[in-house]
Design a protein around this ligand. Structure first.
Ligand code: DC
Length: 217
C-alpha cells in the first residue's frame, strides 16, 4: 500500500506570511502546495465578472461548482476588490462545501506523486484536514500585516493608501473570523507562529523547527 501523504496545514489572517512560508516548506520537503485562498478568490472574481453580488448564495455557489482552470488563472485574482469578494463568498456554506472535496483530495493524493502537501488558508487545520500531523497558525500585528500588504500592492503598481489597506484587512479579518461556517481560528493543536518581528528567513527557520519536532519519528 502507498504511504499516507503527509499534510502540513497553515492557517492565519490576511498577509500574515502564510503563502511564503507554505511555498518554502513545500520546496524544502518536496511537497505539493495549494493556496486555498486562490479558490475563494477565483469564485469571487467569477461572480464579479458576471456582474453578480458576492453575497448572493445561489450565484456564488453556482460559480464555485463550475470553477475552471481558466478561472483559477484569472489575472485579477490578487487585487483588493477580488480579496473582499472572496471573503464574502467564503462565508456561504454552499460555496465552502463545493470546494471541500478538491482540497481534501489534493491533501490525500498530492499531484505528481509527491509524498505530502502544504495547504494554506483559514480552515485547513480545523475543517479541511483536521487530522493533519502538522498545523501552524501564523499571525502578525494588524499594522505589520497592512504594511506588508501595502508594499506588495505598490510593487504590483496598484494604487492604495496604507489607511485603506489597513481598513480592508481589518474588515476581511472580521468577516473571516465572525462567519458561522469554518471561521478563521486556530485548531486546538495548532502551533502559533507570530511573524511580527521575524523576517522571512527567521519565520521559515521557526516553521522548520516546528515541523521537524512534530514529524520526528
Ligand atoms: O488567503 P487569501 O487572502 O487569498 O484568501 C481570500 C479569502 O478567501 C479570505 O478573505 C477568506 C477566504 N478563505 C477561506 O475562507 N478559507 C480558506 N481556506 C482560504 C481562504
Amino acid at each position: 500500500m502507498d504511504r499516507q501523504a503527509v499534510t502540513i496545514a497553515i492557517d492565519g489572517p490576511v498577509a500574515a506570511g502564510k503563502g511564503t512560508l507554505a511555498r518554502r516548506l513545500a520546496a524544502r520537503y518536496g511537497y505539493a502546495y495549494l493556496d486555498t485562498g486562490s479558490l475563494y478568490r477565483a469564485v469571487g472574481a467569477k461572480v464579479l465578472r458576471q456582474g453578480g453580488d458576492p453575497d448572493d448564495a445561489a450565484v456564488a455557489a453556482g460559480a464555485a461548482r463550475s470553477l475552471t482552470d481558466r478561472d483559477l488563472a484569472a489575472p485579477d485574482l490578487r487585487s483588493e476588490a477580488v480579496g473582499l469578494a472572496a471573503s464574502k463568498v467564503a462565508a456561504i456554506p454552499e460555496v465552502r462545501a463545493a470546494l471541500l472535496d478538491y482540497q481534501r483530495r489534493f491533501a490525500a493524493q498530492p499531484p505528481d506523486g509527491k509524498p505530502g502537501a502544504v495547504l494554506d488558508g483559514r480552515d485547513i487545520g480545523t475543517v479541511v484536514c483536521p487530522a493533519a500531523p502538522v498545523k501552524l497558525f501564523v499571525t502578525a500585528s494588524d499594522e505589520i500585516r497592512a504594511r506588508r500588504r501595502h508594499r506588495e500592492l505598490l510593487d504590483r503598481g496598484e494604487n492604495a493608501s496604507f489607511e485603506q489597506v489597513l481598513a480592508d484587512l481589518r474588515r476581511r479579518d472580521a468577516q473571516d473570523s465572525a462567519r458561522n461556517t469554518a471561521p478563521l481560528k486556530p485548531a486546538p493543536d495548532a502551533h502559533l507562529l507570530d511573524t511580527s518581528n521575524l523576517d522571512i528567513e527567521a519565520a521559515v527557520a521557526a516553521a522548520v523547527d516546528i515541523v521537524a519536532a512534530t514529524l520526528k519519528p
